[in-house]
Design a protein around this ligand. Structure first.
Ligand SMILES: C[S@@+](CC[C@H](N)C(=O)[O-])C[C@H]1O[C@@H](n2cnc3c(N)ncnc32)[C@H](O)[C@@H]1O
Length: 322
């Protein structure tokens, strides 16, 4: 049995019997006016953050959600895209599609504004999406891609890149871990499927994302996710796992490499009216300008004594350079 089949097995069970606490996160579930969430949908929240951001969802976008779980985020997306077929959900586990479908029936009963035909649920894999090229505005996945081994992760990212329209967005939430893990942990297919031992360091994760061509990347949040302790897992040290929310935009790749925003700003504190780097970045006195890490590095290399670069907050939500 391959790790992908083990994953299907794990989520078949999680579809048949909700497993509260599987994945799970420290951020609260979005409350939106007029949105009522069925209890079973909440119990089947198997994500590790949120991929729903109103900023991505103006103008009734077509959304693709890969790895549907109980349908909670599909319903949240549909709050912003209220037209037939506007939210496509893809999952490889038939039982998960069925469970999601049932939860959506309940959601329809609880929400006047919601109609099940807003959703188009499709059986299929993240590795071979049953979706047309260049057809989606916003793609999302929550706590799925971390399960994939390198070749499959690359493939899954290539697939989302393929189906996105130019300048479309891939919004993701996944665990990351900066520490090395033992092979025993890495190869434990069940722990991997449970989103515990597949995660890679943040930079490696970003390299995968930019490696398939996404020209702009935003890190929107980073928070505590799990601890793997030697008492309970095959590890000699405590392993600290965080979850990150990342938005990858299908912008053309700049000639000098991707723009990755990790929440850095540049602040000019010199005596002139402003500082202009001649590359599109104008710093006004004592006004932080959000900059991507590439621009932050270029400004730091000027070694001026009147420009301060603030550290990454991993909480970037738009604006600034590039
Ligand atoms: C950790 S759960 C996350 C569910 C949902 N995104 C959420 O946040 O609640 C992973 C989901 O991915 C689905 N899945 C697993 N392998 C998949 C694959 N190869 N392609 C598509 N979906 C897959 C599972 O059935 C499950 O619904």
């Amino acid at each position: 049995m391959s790790y992908l089949e083990t994953t299907v097995d794990v989520y078949r069970q999680a579809a048949e019997e909700p497993q509260i606490g599987l994945c799970c996160t420290t951020n609260p579930v979005w409350q939106l006016p007029g949105l009522s969430m069925p209890k079973r949908m909440l119990e089947m929240n198997y994500g590790c953050g949120s991929t729903v951001n109103p900023r991505d969802l103006v103008n009734n976008p077509t959304v693709l959600y890969v790895g549907v779980g109980g349908g909670m985020e599909l319903l949240q997306f549909s709050y912003f895209s209220r037209r037939p077929g506007s939210v496509i959900g893809v999952d490889v586990v038939p039982e998960m599609i069925d469970a999601c479908q049932q939860n959506l029936v309940e959601a329809e009963a609880q929400n006047d504004w919601f109609h099940r035909d807003f959703m188009d649920l499709r059986l299929g894999s993240a590795l071979d999406l049953p979706v047309e090229d260049n057809s989606v505005d916003v793609a999302a996945q929550n706590c799925l891609f971390n399960i994939f081994k390198a070749d499959d992760l690359k493939r899954a990212l290539e697939e989302t890149y393929r189906i996105l329209k130019p300048h479309g967005r891939l919004v993701m939430s996944d665990p990351v871990c900066e520490q090395p893990m033992s092979d025993e942990l890495r190869n434990d297919e069940r722990l991997r499927a449970l989103c515990l031992t597949g995660s890679v360091p943040l930079q490696a994760y970003l390299d995968f994302v930019t490696g398939v061509g996404f020209g702009t990347v935003e890190i929107r949040a980073k928070r505590a996710y799990r601890l793997l302790s030697p008492r309970h897992y095959a590890t000699n040290e405590l392993l600290y796992i965080e979850s990150v929310e990342v938005c990858a935009i299908k912008d053309p790749m700049p000639a000098d490499g991707p723009c990755v925003f990790t929440g850095k700003t540049a602040i000019y504190y010199g005596d002139e009216d402003y500082f202009d780097d001649g590359k599109g970045h104008v710093l006004m006195p004592n006004q932080p300008l959000s900059v991507c890490d590439k621009t932050a590095g270029a400004l730091a290399r000027l070694t001026r004594n009147d420009i301060f670069i603030s550290p990454s907050t991993y909480f970037y939500d738009g604006g600034g350079c590039c």
